[in-house]
Design a binder for this molecule. Structure first.
Ligand SMILES: [Zn+2]
Length: 531
């Protein structure tokens, strides 16, 4: 069989036919000594073919082409060269250098901005979740933001931005995903955060100016608010013009949304965000400067502020930023009610709907950016409303699911490892929950040692209290060390996920497909057309 010759087609990237893909991946698995090669990864691209595989947790990539006809795009790839059946095969370790070179050579592995397409953000805390994420979105019309990780998550899991992007690039290759993906550096709070993520290759930048936000403004009494307002006037040069521009005015949009900026509403908005405006602009300028050669996009996030984002605040932030030349593709308000991690929405759904509609109207009136919903996993009861209220112009972020489905796999396949992890992280819960929005109570959850194997998944993955404990303690699970400074669980978790990769992928697909179905963007798009 002249498999190697015939598989190297000359056109742009395309999947190999299923039989050829199966045969080629089996041959490469043997040649490379991998545990597995992924048939769905087998593609042809400009005179060569590519196959991805794994040995244990180590990633591998093979690139083959007819002997003596090395395509120019492969010139940046450095690996052992061997020959088989008349073809030259490069066997590459899936290192940062390899994945970076592949990303530079293959346009479909280069992250892209999400633009105005409805998009779904997938944080991947294990670095192995991408194939399941992509399967969940298949045929949905959503654009995937694969490498979506906040600085907080990277710190807690001790992963650098480049590692997070590498994992997404390899996952896309592994899944044979040729239609593009984004990479979102989430909740960046400093210029240094921007630099690190821009250099790593991220193209979406979620800018969070929380360090400059005066979160207490809505809770101040009138005298304190006035004093804080005077301070902003003294500190922020642009603030002098704000009174004339906004105070006492009512802004009306689409004949149905009236935003009143009188009295306290005006002063609260200025005090809360007055210092954040120039800081956002500074961070935005840094993004444009760092990414001047590549398309990129910005999201403005206030979802981690303490009080619900008002229409007045939205109008003020948006107008001031756009006047200073900032273009952004998404705005993440702090919504009414509780968006706790890993569980359904808690709060008045009608009130939430009114506020989502208001923010969506304001977004349409100011350039048509997307409304971004953070902590979006497991909010099944509000998905249809979000799709409809935003007329399909939204971005949904999830992150913890990648970890929670790993927890499910561990509970099912290695109960004793699960008990060790669970016992350790239960002790860390009080500390780990501090920066998260949750109400889970460990006192209500039986200790893992008292549970039968068959009950671990139900108590710690399905039921809310146990689920929230596991949801926020991922950092402790990944970074716990023994007395000798060795990882307690990290390597064992990765080894188990590599061994049970198909189950992990399947669990992710199953759980996240439910999200995608609820969001029904096709229906939402139709609604836009009718309106
Ligand atoms: Zn957020």
């Amino acid at each position: 069989m002249d498999l190697f010759e015939t598989s190297a087609r000359s056109g742009d990237a395309a999947p190999l036919a299923p039989r050829a893909a199966k045969g080629l991946s089996a041959a490469i698995r043997n040649l490379a000594g991998w545990d597995r090669a992924y048939p769905e990864s087998a593609i042809s691209h400009l005179g060569a073919w590519i196959v991805a595989g794994r040995k244990g947790t180590a990633r591998g990539v093979a690139v083959g082409f007819p002997a003596g006809k090395r395509p120019r795009w492969t010139s940046g790839l450095k690996g052992a060269q061997t020959s088989a059946q008349g073809a030259t095969v490069l066997l590459l370790d899936g290192t940062h250098e390899t994945l970076r070179a592949l990303r530079e050579a293959l346009p479909f592995l280069q992250p892209q901005p999400t633009g105005k397409t409805p998009s779904f953000g997938f944080g991947d805390r294990t670095g192995m979740a991408t194939p399941g994420h992509l399967l969940a979105l298949k045929g949905s019309g959503f654009f995937p933001n694969l490498a979506q990780q906040s600085i907080r998550e990277m710190t807690r899991t001790q992963r650098a931005p480049a590692e997070v992007l590498d994992a997404a690039v390899f996952g896309a290759l592994q899944a044979g995903h040729l239609t593009g993906f984004g990479a979102d550096a989430d909740h960046l709070k400093t210029l240094d955060d921007v630099d690190r993520c821009a250099e790593a290759g991220f193209v979406s930048f979620t800018l969070d100016a929380i360090e400059k936000v005066i979160d207490a403004a809505p809770r101040m009494n009138d005298a304190d608010l006035e004093q804080a307002y005077q301070k902003i006037l003294a500190e922020v040069p642009a603030a002098k013009g704000w009174e004339k521009k906004y105070s006492g005015k009512t802004f009306t949009f689409e004949k149905k949304v009236a935003v009143r900026m009188e009295g306290r509403a005006f002063r609260e908005a200025i005090v809360k965000y007055g210092r954040a405006i120039p800081y956002w602009v500074e961070m935005g300028k840094r993004v444009y400067q760092k990414k001047k050669d590549r398309p990129c996009e910005i999201e403005i996030a206030v979802d981690e502020t303490g009080a619900v984002t008002t229409g007045a605040e939205h109008v003020f932030i948006t107008r001031e930023l756009t006047e200073r030349g900032m273009i952004f593709q998404g705005f993440a308000p702090r919504f009414v009610g509780e968006f706790e991690k890993g569980v359904d929405y808690k709060g008045e759904r009608k009130v939430l709907e009114d506020s989502v509609i208001e923010h969506a109207v304001l977004a349409r009136a100011h350039g048509g950016y997307k409304i971004s919903v953070h902590s979006g996993s497991d909010k099944f009861s509000i998905y249809p409303m979000i799709a409809k209220a935003t007329q399909g112009r939204f971005h949904l972020k999830t992150a913890g699911t990648s970890w929670m489905e790993a927890v499910r796999v561990i509970a099912r396949k290695d109960p004793s490892l699960f008990r060790e992890i669970c016992d350790t992280v239960r002790g860390q819960f009080a500390k780990d929950r501090a920066s998260y929005h949750i109400s889970g109570d460990p006192a209500k959850v039986p200790a893992p040692l008292t549970l039968k194997d068959a009950d671990l998944e139900r108590v710690y993955v399905v039921e809310d209290d146990g689920r929230q404990i596991m949801h926020v303690t991922y950092g402790s699970a990944f970074t716990a060390k023994d007395d000798g400074g060795r990882w307690l669980f990290r390597d064992r978790i990765f080894a188990l996920l590599a061994k049970e990769e198909d189950l992990y992928t399947d669990c992710l697909k199953k759980h996240l497909s439910r999200h995608v179905k609820g969001l029904k963007i096709r229906g939402a798009k139709r609604a836009t057309v009718q309106a």
